[in-house]
Design a protein around this ligand. Structure first.
Ligand code: GLA
Length: 386
């Protein structure tokens, strides 16, 4: 818990609006394995972390609403009866998008004020936007006593991102932020939304994120392109295998049988997704069996798949992942999240983490003249009122 940010958010709200707010903590997430599988109806293994967005919120007493981002030092005002996405302050879309989804579901909200801030680095692949959406949805649910079931809030938060930010994201980030549980990852089936809390008991290892501090603005457009390429693969394969609804239903043999009818790019994308789904299953088995070497191998192969098949890595990330994967004290490493920058996730021998971080930082600085921001991960609960 970041008490400093929590207190700042609360006191700033009280100063500005003169009433006591309710406060919500909405976490970011890591993902152990299963990248770009969620919108292909596959499997993912994410977890909520301690880095979070803190939101202070109260009713405004009218139809007017004020959103205050302390980190951006910006304010956005809108009427609950008449609003639309904004180009000037895109961060406000995450919150208004949620309001729009709540209204679409037939529930009523009146005006409200929100002040928020957080320590989930933006553009880092840790899902600061999902945290903001889920935090807003949870806050409004509390404030207006809407009794929205949690999974419905997850779906509303995802739709907010589709409809107000134009990123056709899957459901993983919102699911992890809302449903996470301390010391557990979520093994989620993105088709049925069935999930299992999967204990993460690392006695001899630690999860370290290394933020490359690279965030490409092509990430959003390339994301939607990847999604379309997967759909293209599915629609060809459906002609031969009518039972196929998504890449989750396709085996590598089925894909290979029709490779010549797919463009090289679409084939590579589909192959990556099918294999990444298999990696989620192999990873859970290896974790249950305590087979640490297999975990490392899976992470390393996943990184190679993202680099050469899904083509969502970048030179900085390749450098960081290769550096880690060539060390004795790192079990395995790969890029995490949507791609084109952000963090690597590293499974490191306990006791070696500081040396690993300092040597990687020095090498990265020398190569790219940029800094790395390390985060030692603490797996935490999902969104809650505090
Ligand atoms: C982003 C999206 C998620 C997921 C990941 C990649 O974080 O929001 O839905 O697709 O990328 O695994």
């Amino acid at each position: 818990m970041n008490e400093k940010i929590l207190n700042e958010v609360k006191s700033s709200f009280e100063q500005r609006f003169g009433v006591e707010p309710i406060v919500i903590k909405a976490p970011g997430r890591i993902n152990l394995i299963g990248e770009h599988t969620d919108y292909n109806n596959g499997f993912v293994l994410p977890a909520a972390v301690d880095q979070a967005i803190y939101l202070a919120v109260a009713k405004s007493g009218s139809s007017e609403s004020t959103l205050v981002s302390l980190d951006m030092d910006q304010t956005y005002e809108f009427s609950i009866n008449d609003f639309q996405p904004t180009k000037e302050k895109p961060w406000a879309n995450y919150l208004m998008g949620v309001v729009a989804e709540i209204q679409k579901s037939g529930r009523e909200v009146s005006g409200f004020n929100i002040v928020f801030s957080g320590d989930v680095p933006q553009g880092s692949g840790m899902s600061s936007s999902a945290a903001l959406e889920c935090g807003t949805c949870f806050a409004l649910n509390e404030l207006f006593e809407l009794s929205i079931p949690k999974v419905e809030m997850v779906k509303m938060s995802q739709k907010a991102e589709h409809n107000y930010s134009g990123v056709m994201c899957g459901i993983m980030d919102q699911f992890a932020s809302m449903m996470g549980s301390a010391d557990h990852a979520l093994l989620l089936d993105c088709e049925s939304l069935e999930y299992r809390h999967f204990p993460i008991e690392l006695t001899d290892h630690i999860i370290v994120l290394c933020n490359s501090n690279v965030s490409h603005n092509l990430a959003d457009s390339e994301y939607n392109i990847r999604r379309k390429q997967c759909e293209e693969g599915v629609s060809l394969l459906q002609k031969y295998f009518p039972g196929v609804k998504s890449l989750r239903d396709v085996s590598l043999e089925q894909l290979n049988a029709h490779q010549s009818e797919l463009s090289d790019v679409v084939y590579k994308r589909c192959k990556y997704v099918i294999e990444e789904n298999e990696r989620v299953m192999s990873m859970t088995k290896a974790m249950e069996a305590g087979e640490i070497d297999s975990l490392g191998e899976i992470l390393t192969i996943a990184q190679e798949g993202m680099r050469s098949e899904y083509e969502i890595s970048c030179p900085e990330i390749d450098f960081m992942a290769d550096f880690a994967n060539n060390r004795e004290d790192v079990v395995g490493a790969r890029m995490m999240g949507g791609g084109f920058g952000g963090c690597t996730i590293n499974l490191v021998n306990k006791g070696s983490e500081d040396q690993f971080i300092s040597e990687l930082s020095a090498a990265y600085k020398e190569q790219f003249n940029k800094e790395i921001t390390p985060i030692k991960v603490v797996i935490s609960d999902g969104v809650k009122r505090i």
